[in-house]
Design a protein around this ligand. Structure first.
Ligand SMILES: NC(=O)c1ccc[n+]([C@@H]2O[C@H](COP(=O)([O-])OP(=O)(O)OC[C@H]3O[C@@H](n4cnc5c(N)ncnc54)[C@H](OP(=O)(O)O)[C@@H]3O)[C@@H](O)[C@H]2O)c1
Length: 335
């Protein structure tokens, strides 16, 4: 209601020539629920603050973060995001596009730069973002490929390098290897010199192998917690085993990093106080974007894109990611 009022006010203001207000298309959600709550509407184009740039969005990509926000799942999201309805109706975190305006204090970017990063409200034609949340887009990537990178690749990097402290020749198991995070995790773990085992479902084994995994395990046919192998590091984007199961397959100094899966595991890890069991909460970090950009430029990391949807079909894109069928990333082409 407030949004419609603001929109009508700015249209009226423009009509009477009082102020010049620009309009753009954006996906919004005014209540929590399934992808049916997503609407494509016209809203006021944002104006960058001093430390922000305005990006013309060329592409975005969908993350579980988006559908979790949309559904308020887990419930705890409502405590910060709005108890009965979302406080912020914008959606979409990953962005790739062109800088079209810069705030007065922006030092690193200029109009015309092609960038990618993490923001709020990327499922839109324009978005404002602080300059320390973006990096220059590698030239050897399309906007769609770059839009797949931010949240998933940062998560993969921070779980392997920062928390996991991977060293060459270590045995690393990536659980959930065929998803957004997993496809980058396999490639980054290989880059860091690890011997990588990727766990995924039957139809995605070839994909995970093609990303460089030394071994693949089809979790539909084999339980990696029961096959007698030991790992120095488990990065888990699909945590559905017990802590005892994970402990059994870690080497004595081995580490376990929870990325996503059953939230009960998070509480169990916190209660267990096991030093080698950690929960990752990925943080936006420009240095990490730059690090990943270098890997992309060197051809060490690429994006795996399953499907590309237009902005008007964002609901279908979110539905597809939620179905668990996606191989790698689901992208929204905006421009
Ligand atoms: N902690 C953080 O900071 C952080 C940051 C980003 C994401 N996350 C979380 O990390 C998780 C993964 O994110 P994502 O972007 O990779 O999601 P995604 O693209 O939806 O991928 C998840 C993958 O898990 C696989 N999977 C499902 N059940 C499995 C099982 N039992 N064993 C092995 N793999 C299984 C699915 O592929 P198959 O068909 O192969 O099963 C699916 O592709 C999500 O829960 C997300 O919320 C956390």
């Amino acid at each position: 209601m407030i949004y419609e009022f603001k929109y009508l006010t700015c249209v009226l203001q423009t009509l009477i020539g009082k102020v010049k207000v620009y309009i753009m298309k954006a996906i919004v959600y005014r209540k929590y629920g399934s992808p049916d709550v997503l609407e494509l509407i016209e809203v006021e184009k944002p104006v960058p603050k001093d430390n922000e740039v305005l990006i013309e969005v060329y592409a975005s990509s969908v993350n579980p973060y988006d559908w979790r926000s949309m559904r308020a799942d887990p419930f705890i999201i409502r405590f910060g995001g709005g108890m009965f309805k979302p406080k912020d109706i914008r959606l979409g975190a990953d962005v790739a596009g062109r800088v079209v305006e810069v705030g007065s204090k922006v030092k690193q970017f200029k109009i015309g730069d092609d960038v990618y990063g993490i923001c709020t409200g990327a499922f839109a034609e324009y978005v404002c973002v602080a300059e320390n949340r973006i990096a220059l887009k590698p030239d050897n990537m399309t906007f769609e490929e770059a839009a797949a990178v931010p949240m998933a690749a940062i998560t993969a990097l921070q779980s392997l390098r920062n928390k996991g402290k991977v060293t060459p020749e270590q045995k690393v198991l990536v659980n959930g290897a065929s998803g957004g995070v997993g496809t980058y995790a396999v490639q980054i773990a290989k880059y860091l010199g690890a011997i990588v085992t990727g766990v995924c479902s039957t139809s995605k084994l070839d994909l995970v192998r093609s990303l460089g995994a030394d071994h693949v395990i089809d979790y539909k046919k084999e339980d990696f917690t029961k096959n007698g192998q030991r790992y120095d590091l488990i990065v888990d984007a699909a945590a559905y085993h017990s802590l005892a199961d994970y402990k059994r397959v870690l080497t004595p100094q081995g580490r376990y990093i929870f990325i996503g899966g059953a939230f009960t595991i998070v509480f169990k890890i916190m209660l267990s106080k096991k030093e080698n069991f950690e929960v990752l909460s990925a943080k936006v970090n420009q240095k990490d974007f730059i690090f990943i950009s270098e890997l992309i430029k060197e051809g060490k990391v690429k994006s795996v894109i399953d499907k590309v949807y237009p902005l008007s079909q964002t609901a279908e894109a979110v539905r597809y990611l939620e179905s668990g069928q996606a191989r790698g990333k689901v992208v929204i082409a905006v421009k």
